[in-house]
Design a protein around this ligand. Structure first.
Ligand code: ADP
Ligand code: MG
Length: 778
C-alpha cells in the first residue's frame, strides 16, 4: 500500500542519515581509515558492480583480506546509500557458530552500532537480532532450516555463503538448494566467498558465474619440520616421551609393530619410510635416533611444550598460534602448561584458548595485543585456519591433525577422531604467521609425512558415511535421496547411495517409501554411524547404556588389545581370559575396560595395561568418547541424568541382544564341524575370522550365529570383532518389521531362518517383535 511504502521510504532515509552521521564522526573516520587499509577495499567498486550486474559471483582472497567483515558491509552500506535500507535483507552464512557471532559483533562495532541494530546474528539456540536488522550472520544450518519453512526465501535480497572452500556438508547442501531456487527468484543475489584460488569449480557449477579475486599480501614464512625442530632445540624424543599426554607405558617399539601389522594408514607407513629414508641419513645420528621414536598417533604435548619454551626464550617478540585438534586437547594442554615455570607465568605469558565454546570476553583477549614483554600464546582448533584472523601472530605451531567437532545438530559429523590435515590446510596454517612481518612455522611431523598429505581435503559430503548423509537429507526434508545427491557439486556414486538407502530400510530407519521412521529421526541427531546410534538408543531403552557406551566407543576408536609380534601367544591368551568363554570380542573389550577403570581407582591403570597387553592411550580415548556420547544422549533427551548410571544393567544376554540390533545385517551362520567351525554369510558364502578374535581360538562355538561389525576382503573374506548370538536374539533384534508384515521380515532373515517359519512360532514371534518395535519407535 502507498502508506506502507511511505513508511519504508522514511525509514530508509533515517537509516541513510544515521550512517552518514557515523561516517562523519571522529570515531567513524578512524574506523574508515582502518577499513580502507584492508586489501578488499581496493576492489570495493568492482565487487559492487559485479553484484549489480550478475545474479551469482564468486569471490576469492587470502584469509584476512576482508571478505567476511567487509563485503557484506559494502553491500549493506550501498543499499542504505541508495535508500533501500529498509527493504534490503542480507544473509551471510558461516560454517561455525563462533565465527557468526564474532563477525557480527565486529561488523556492528565497525558501524558504530550495537548488535541487533542493523547487524545481528543467529545460531542454534541463540541470537541477537532486532526489527531493523538488515544484515544477519548465521550458521549454514540456520539458513537450511529457514529454507525448510520458506522455500523461496521471501524478502531476502542477498545471500552470501562464506568459506565455501572448506566444502562442508551443509554448504554443499545449501548450494544445491540455492541453485534450484535462483531461477525462481531472479532478483535474489548470491555471493560465494572462498579463501583459496580454486574458485573455478564453484563458478562452473553456477553456469560460469564471474570470479573476482582480491589480491593480498603476506610476508614470507619459514617452515620447520620435526627433524629441523629436533636439531634446533636439541630435544630428544625417547620411548619415555611417548608417555607424553597419555602416560603410555608400552614401549613405542611394540606399538610400532602393531602399527605395521595393522597397516594402519598410508601416513603411518609414510612415517616408517621417513624414518628409513635416504635424506634422513644427512641428519646427525642423535636426531635420527630421536626421530625413530616419533609416534604418529600421539599429539606430543611435551614436544609442543618444548617448542613453545624455545620460542619464548630464543626468538623475537610476537604471538604464537598453536593448532590443536579439539577443545579437549586444548584444555589438557592448557592444564599442563599452567604448571610450567615459564609458560605458566602470567607476568610473562598470556595463555589463551580459541575454540567453538569460548565466550566473547575471552574472544576479545585473543584479538587484543598484550602488554609489552608479555607473549600471547593462543591454543586453537582449525577454526583459526581461515575463519578467525589474529593479526599479531608471528609463530605457528602445527600438530598436523584436525578433528571435526561441531555444536549444531545440523552440523553433525560422524568423525570424532583426529585425522591428518591436507597440504592446503598445512599451507594455510603456515600462512597465519606472516600477517605483520616475516614469520616462522613449526610443523610437529617429519617433512616426508607432509609430502604424503592429500593435496586438498575431500569434501565432507564424500567423506561422510553415506548412511549418515541419507539420514541427513531426510531430516532436512530435501526430497528423494538419489535425486538430491545427483545434483551435488561432486556427487557420490549412485550405486553406493542405493546400497545406503537399502541398509537404512533394513535397520528400520527408513520405511518402504523412504520416509524417516521414529527410529530414523532419533538416529539423525546422533553424530555416529546409524549402527552405533541404534545400539546407543537400544542401550538406553533396555537400561544397559553403561556397557553399551563402552563397546560403541571401542568400535569407533580402535582395538585396545595389542598384539606384539614377539609376544603374540601371550597377548592372545590375555585377551581370551577377558572373554571368559563368552564367544564375544565385544564382551572381552568391555571386561578389559571395566578392569582398567577399577585399576585406575587403585592408581595402577598403567601397570594393568602393561600386564594385559592393552593400549592405555586407546582406553583413554574410549573413556573420553564415552563421556561425549553421554552428553549427546542427554542433550537429545534419550537419557535423563547421570545418576541412573548406577542402576544400569550389565547382563550379558541383554548386551548381546543390543549388539545384534546394531550389527545386523552383519551376521554369519555357525556350523560346528568335527575339528573346526565353518562360517558363512548370505552374500559371500564361506568366511574366516581374524586370528585375534576370541572366536578364532575356540574349537567350537555353541551358538548358531555370529554378529560382526566389519568384514574385509583380502583373498578370502575376513570378519573382525564378533559376538555369538542365539536364534531368538536374531529374530527379535535383527532388523525391523515395522515397515511391513511378519512375512516380509522373515523373508529378509530368510536364507538364515527358514526353520522358524512354523506357523505357531511365527505368531508368538510376531507379537513379541511388534511389542519390541513399539518400544524402539516410541
Ligand atoms: P577474511 O574473511 O578475508 O579472512 P576478515 O574480514 O575476517 O577477513 O578480517 C579482516 C581483518 O579484520 C583482519 O585483519 C582481522 O584481523 C580483522 N578483524 C576481524 N575480526 C576482528 C575483531 N573481532 N577484532 C579486531 N579485528 C578483527
Ligand atoms: Mg572470512
Amino acid at each position: 500500500t502507498p502508506v506502507a511504502e511511505g513508511i519504508l521510504r522514511r525509514k530508509s532515509i533515517q537509516l541513510r542519515n544515521k550512517q552518514q552521521d557515523w561516517q562523519e564522526s571522529v570515531e567513524g573516520q578512524k574506523m574508515q581509515e582502518l577499513r580502507k587499509s584492508l586489501p578488499a577495499y581496493k576492489e570495493k567498486e568492482a565487487l559492487l558492480n559485479a553484484i549489480s550486474q550478475n545474479q551469482v559471483i564468486v569471490v576469492s582472497g587470502e584469509t584476512g583480506c576482508g571478505k567476511t567483515t567487509q563485503l557484506p558491509q559494502y553491500i549493506l552500506e550501498s543499499e542504505i546509500e541508495s535508500a533501500r535500507g529498509a527493504t534490503c535483507s542480507i544473509i551471510c552464512t558461516q560454517p561455525r557458530r563462533i565465527s557468526a557471532m564474532s563477525v557480527a559483533e565486529r561488523v556492528a562495532a565497525e558501524r558504530g552500532e550495537n548488535l541487533g541494530d542493523s547487524v545481528g546474528y543467529k545460531v542454534r539456540l541463540e541470537g541477537i537480532k532486532g526489527r531493523d536488522t538488515r544484515l544477519l550472520f548465521c550458521t549454514t544450518g540456520i539458513l537450511l532450516r529457514r529454507l525448510l519453512l520458506d522455500r523461496s526465501l521471501q524478502g531476502v535480497t542477498h545471500v552470501i555463503v562464506d568459506e565455501i572452500h572448506e566444502r562442508g556438508m551443509n554448504e554443499d547442501f545449501l548450494l544445491i538448494v540455492l541453485k534450484e531456487l535462483l531461477p525462481r527468484r531472479p532478483e535474489l543475489k548470491l555471493i560465494l566467498m572462498s579463501a583459496t584460488l580454486n574458485a573455478e569449480l564453484f563458478s562452473s557449477y553456477f553456469h560460469g558465474a564471474p570470479m573476482i579475486h582480491i589480491p593480498g599480501f603476506t610476508y614470507p614464512v619459514r617452515s620447520y619440520f620435526l627433524e629441523n625442530i629436533l636439531e634446533m632445540t636439541g630435544y630428544r624424543l625417547s620411548t619415555y616421551n611417548q608417555i607424553d599426554n597419555y602416560g603410555q607405558e608400552k614401549s613405542w617399539k611394540m606399538q610400532k609393530q602393531q602399527t605395521v601389522r595393522k597397516k594402519k594408514t598410508q601416513i603411518a607407513s609414510a612415517a616408517e619410510d621417513a624414518l628409513e629414508g635416504a635424506d634422513m641419513r644427512e641428519l646427525n645420528p642423535r636426531t635420527r635416533e630421536s626421530l625413530s621414536c616419533w609416534n604418529p598417533d600421539s599429539i606430543g604435548f611435551n614436544l609442543i611444550e618444548n617448542v613453545l619454551t624455545h620460542i619464548c626464550k630464543k626468538e623475537r617478540a610476537g604471538a604464537i598460534l598453536v593448532f590443536m585438534t579439539g577443545w579437549d586437547d586444548i584444555n589438557s594442554l592448557k592444564d599442563q602448561l599452567h604448571s610450567h615455570p615459564l609458560l605458566g607465568d602470567p607476568t610473562k605469558v598470556l595463555l589463551l584458548a580459541c575454540h567453538g565454546s569460548m565466550d566473547s570476553s575471552e574472544q576479545k583477549l585473543i584479538f587484543n595485543k598484550p602488554e609489552d614483554g608479555i607473549r600471547k600464546i593462543v591454543l586453537a582448533t582449525n577454526m583459526a585456519e581461515t575463519s578467525i584472523t589474529i593479526n599479531d601472530v608471528v609463530f605457528v605451531v602445527d600438530c598436523g591433525k584436525a578433528k571435526e567437532t561441531s555444536y549444531d545438530a545440523l552440523n553433525n559429523t560422524p568423525c570424532l577422531l583426529p585425522a591428518w590435515i591436507s597440504k592446503a590446510s598445512a599451507r594455510q596454517r603456515r600462512g597465519r604467521a606472516g600477517r605483520v612481518q616475516p614469520g616462522e612455522s613449526y610443523h610437529l611431523y617429519p617433512k616426508s609425512v607432509y609430502d604424503a598429505f592429500a593435496e586438498y581435503q575431500l569434501p565432507e559430503l564424500l567423506r561422510t558415511p553415506l548412511q549418515c548423509l541419507c539420514l541427513q537429507i531426510k531430516t532436512l526434508q530435501l526430497g528423494s535421496i538419489s535425486d538430491f545427491l545427483s545434483k551435488a557439486l561432486q556427487p557420490p556414486e549412485p550405486l553406493s547411495v542405493q546400497n545406503a538407502i537399502e541398509y537404512l530400510k533394513i535397520i528400520g530407519a527408513l520405511d518402504d517409501n523412504e520416509n524417516l521412521t521414529v527410529l530414523g529421526r532419533k538416529l539423525s541427531v546422533l553424530p555416529v554411524e546409524p549402527k552405533l546410534g541404534k545400539m546407543l538408543i537400544l542401550g538406553a531403552i533396555f537400561n544397559c547404556l553403561d556397557p553399551i557406551m563402552t563397546v560403541v566407543a571401542g568400535l569407533s576408536v580402535r582395538d585396545p588389545f595389542l598384539t606384539p609380534f614377539d609376544k603374540k601367544d601371550l597377548a592372545e591368551s590375555a585377551k581370551a581370559q577377558f572373554s571368559g568363554g563368552d564367544n564375544s570380542d565385544h564382551l572381552a573389550l568391555l571386561r578389559a575396560y571395566d578392569g582398567w577403570k577399577a585399576a585406575e581407582r587403585q592408581q595402577s591403570g598403567g601397570e594393568y595395561c602393561w600386564r594385559n597387553f592393552l593400549s592405555l592411550q586407546t582406553l583413554r580415548a574410549i573413556d573420553s568418547l564415552r563421556k561425549q556420547f553421554y552428553h549427546l544422549l542427554r542433550d537429545t533427551g534419550l537419557v535423563d541424568n547421570m545418576e541412573k548410571c548406577n542402576t544400569w544393567s550389565h547382563d550379558q544376554h541383554l548386551i548381546r541382544a543390543v549388539l545384534c540390533s546394531g550389527l545386523f545385517p552383519g551376521i554369519c551362520s555357525v556350523v560346528n564341524k568335527e575339528k573346526s567351525v565353518s562360517l558363512k554369510t548370505m552374500e559371500d558364502g564361506p568366511v574366516l575370522l581374524y586370528l585375534n578374535s576370541v572366536n578364532a581360538q575356540e574349537p567350537r562355538i555353541p551358538y548358531p550365529w555370529l554378529v560382526f561389525n566389519e568384514k574385509v576382503k583380502v583373498n578370502s573374506v575376513f570378519l573382525r570383532d564378533s559376538t555369538a548370538v542365539s536364534d531368538s536374539v536374531v529374530l527379535l533384534f535383527g532388523g525391523t518389521v515395522s515397515r511391513g508384515a511378519i512375512d516380509g521380515h522373515l523373508k529378509m532373515l530368510g536364507g538364515y531362518l527358514e526353520f522358524f517359519m512354523k506357523p505357531g512360532l511365527a505368531a508368538t514371534y510376531l507379537t513379541l517383535k511388534r511389542e519390541l518395535d513399539e518400544l524402539i519407535h516410541m
